[in-house]
Ligand binder design. Structure first.
Ligand SMILES: *Cc1c(COP(=O)(O)O)cnc(C)c1O
Length: 725
């Protein structure tokens, strides 16, 4: 994009023969190619660990002597050349799924807006599942060749890190990220000045500069208001995710929506499709309408043009995830905006007016998004139904089934979440081209050909790796003196790598019912403490810092974890992030999920687990009500059961959970050993689970579905969207 540059700094003092390591460090491609990670690790294993798998810090610190040595190491150079070749092939492919199927669209950018992107633990600009999905979405888009361009924020403090006090109370810690250690590149003009855009906030213009992240072939642009010329308060506007203060929240959303469009324009983009990932970015539609009005179109026509090129994905039915602003706040932030749209105040508010049960009215971001988009979707079949019911009032003339909100079920990015050893096993048994055919169920039939002993050996390795990691973390915290001895046990130091291990890790929002399994603690302790059949449960997750009930659930869980009677078999790991998520979804035996239906829009962590041969044990909600086939895991509770209250539902679900755990899961793991000493039936279930779930719940299936059904549907005429026409 002349005349702007985002150049890789020449900060690394690399020998010419291996100088392209610098380029790899600045493209997140390496994060989903474990053999590329090995490339760094092979240079200096200890330093690689000390730098927490951050190649930028690593390359800056590694000694020149060591690097020179490598330029004479034939094995290393072979490996290096192979990785560079595979990176170059990826970046300049002869063909992609897109060029084979939608050649005419190869230069039609799709703009993708999201408040959070979970790409890698070294770039902590995500809070949970929504962010990880956005990150996986653009990685998948890169893999299949979609011409996508993504927009988000570079939060100067990222999401908080979590410490648990001895009494189980979550403490949030914020620290400033060091941008020079992150794979983010400042966009500068030819004269070296930062590229900026500006957005009007009450009484002032706020400027934001732009950073670029290379996600394979996809550029991700991040806005950052920490710019000279902004007031000290404005410089902090983009310091944190999901601030509860409404003024800050609306400021952020105006900067993302309005500023994001302006950023793409400055960079010369004219996207054909605009995707709002959740309602937080819905002001984007207003800015695009404003451009068209400015170009001479009446508002109604402008709005229609915007609609025809806009896709909206809604991600939750839970009110805390749906932004609503009081009208007085809209007055404060948009009083100058409606006239630019050619609208009166009332007409403007009507775009997203939402009558509240308390009698007042709000401006609802999801309503704005639903009204300003033509293609709308929920993220699983169940969530599609829930969304049509929930938003039916916006289409009062239509029966629920006809409400124009479809669904595309979430998936996960296989390369990011699959353990390296399993990938090698799949390379061997699924055929060398399986990575190109991830969403083809036929390829996965070949899972049956993997010998039980080999699959089990990898599963055991992954569990040992998890337990070793937990011990190391606990030891580190113990050495620096930040832990009470009881907490060292609670952090998993007594865990047995050969015992049946259950994982529960995700955000601690109350509807996720993390403590459901503790509903009858006595019964649970009886089940997990049977001689020769121990069961271990590992919990992890953060609550939003303002979510007091969520923090109380953490405390409830932590208090149970600390009880001596459980013999160290219950564990809570603090500071859940993508790194810990990878260890857990790869390392445990069973993945537990107990949301209160129908609140889990999709859930994705169970899909990551399934891919790695971990069996799902979950309430039939979100993706699992599509994924469960009777044999590939276990279902808790009864689907569509009606309860008189939440208490009764919790009792029923908890009882179902205990019954299945005691009578099915534990015996299958410990008793049904084949002649060779392997749990043959368990391994059979693992194969059934991988084979039935991995293709369908992959990101490749998902991004292709978005492309075919929402981005570039064949049956529709091509919308005209150039605002300058
Ligand atoms: C996948 C993932 C999530 C989403 O988990 P759910 O169980 O789907 O809510 C949350 N946080 C992290 C770090 C993840 O990797």
């Amino acid at each position: 994009m002349e005349p702007f540059r985002a150049e890789i700094p020449t900060q690394f003092n690399l020998p010419r023969r291996i100088s392209r390591l610098g380029k790899i460090a600045y493209n997140l491609w390496w994060t989903w190619n474990p053999d590329a990670q090995r490339l760094f690790q092979r240079i200096d294993t200890t330093l690689w660990e000390r730098c927490e798998h951050n190649p930028i810090r690593f390359l800056r610190q590694v000694g020149r002597t060591r690097l020179n040595e490598l330029t004479h190491d034939r094995y290393f150079l072979d490996y290096y050349d192979r990785m560079i070749r595979s990176f170059d092939d990826y970046m300049q492919p002869a063909s992609t799924w897109l060029t084979s199927n939608y050649l005419e669209y190869r230069n039609c950018p799709i703009a993708y807006f999201s408040t959070e992107f979970g790409l890698h633990e070294t770039l902590p600009i995500y809070a949970g599942g929504l962010g990880v999905l956005s990150g996986d979405h653009i990685k998948g888009a890169s893999d299949i060749g979609l011409p996508m361009v993504a927009v988000g924020f570079l939060y100067t403090q990222g999401y908080f890190s979590q410490k648990i006090s001895e009494d189980g109370w979550q403490e949030a810690r914020y620290h400033n990220l060091k941008f020079e250690d992150l794979p983010v590149l400042p966009l500068v003009e030819a004269d070296g000045k930062p590229v900026t855009i500006s957005v009007e906030l009450p009484g002032r213009e706020v400027h934001a500069k732009l950073w670029e992240v290379h996600v394979g072939r996809i550029p991700l642009y991040l806005l950052d208001t920490n710019v000279e010329g902004n007031s000290p308060a404005d410089r902090e506007l983009t310091s944190r995710l999901y601030i509860s203060d409404l003024d800050l929240r609306i400021s952020q959303e105006k900067i993302l929506g309005v500023g994001g469009v302006r950023a793409l324009r400055v960079l010369g983009y004219n996207p054909k499709v605009w995707h709002m990932n959740e309602g937080h970015s819905a002001f984007m539609a207003l800015e695009r309408a404003r451009e068209l009005v400015e170009a001479g179109h009446p508002f109604e026509e402008a709005a229609e043009k915007v609609r025809l090129s806009t896709v909206f994905t809604i991600h939750t039915p839970v009110p805390a995830g749906l932004d609503e602003f009081p009208l007085w706040l809209m007055d404060k932030y948009f009083a100058n905006f409606w006239s630019q749209l050619g609208l009166s105040r009332d007409q403007f508010m009507d775009l997203a007016r939402h009558a509240q049960p308390w009698g007042g009215e709000t401006f609802s971001m999801p309503i704005l998004a639903l009204r300003m988009s033509e293609k709308r979707n929920g993220v699983s079949e169940v969530h599609g139904h829930v969304s049509r019911r929930m938003w039916n009032f916006l289409w009062p003339d239509l029966p629920e089934a006809k409400v124009p909100v479809t669904h595309i079920t979430n998936g996960v990015h296989t390369g990011t979440w699959l353990a390296r050893r399993l990938r090698h096993l799949f390379d061997h048994y699924l055929g060398s081209d399986w990575v190109e055919l991830i969403d083809d169920p036929e390829v996965w039939e070949r899972i049956e050909e993997i010998p039980d002993a080999q699959l089990w050996a990898v599963r055991q390795h992954l569990k040992r790796k998890l337990t070793a990691h937990m011990r190391e973390r606990a030891r580190d915290a113990w050495i620096v003196g930040s832990m009470h001895p009881v907490q060292v046990v609670a952090a998993g130091t007594l865990i047995d790598p050969y015992a049946l291990t259950i994982g529960f890790a995700r955000r601690f929002a109350t509807y996720k019912r993390a403590n459901l399994i503790l509903r009858d603690v006595e019964r649970l302790f009886k089940i997990i403490n049977k001689p020769n059949m121990p069961v271990q449960i590992i919990f992890a997750g953060k609550a939003h810092p303002a979510d007091e009930p969520g923090k109380l659930i953490i405390q409830d869980v932590y208090r149970a974890v600390k009880k001596a009677e459980n013999g160290g078999r219950l564990v809570f790991l603090d500071d859940y992030d993508m790194n810990l998520a990878r260890y857990l979804v790869q390392g445990v035996d069973v993945w537990l999920n107990t949301p209160r239906p129908p609140n889990e829009a999709s859930g994705t962590s169970g899909q990551k687990a399934a891919l790695n041969g971990v069996l799902n044990f979950s309430v039939l909600d979100g993706w699992w009500s599509e994924g469960f086939n009777g044999d590939n895991g276990w279902a808790i509770g009864e689907e569509n059961a009606v309860y008189s209250d939440a208490n009764q539902q919790d009792d029923a679900d908890a009882n179902s959970l205990y019954d299945i755990l005691e009578n099915e899961i534990v015996p299958l793991f410990y008793h049904e050993r084949s002649a060779d000493g392997l749990p043959g039936d368990w391994i059979g279930k693992i194969k059934e689970s991988i084979k039935t779930l991995a293709p369908t719940f992959s990101m490749h299936r998902m991004v292709k579905e978005y492309t075919e059904r929402l981005y570039f549907p064949r049956e529709e005429a091509e919308p005209e969207v150039d605002p300058r026409d």
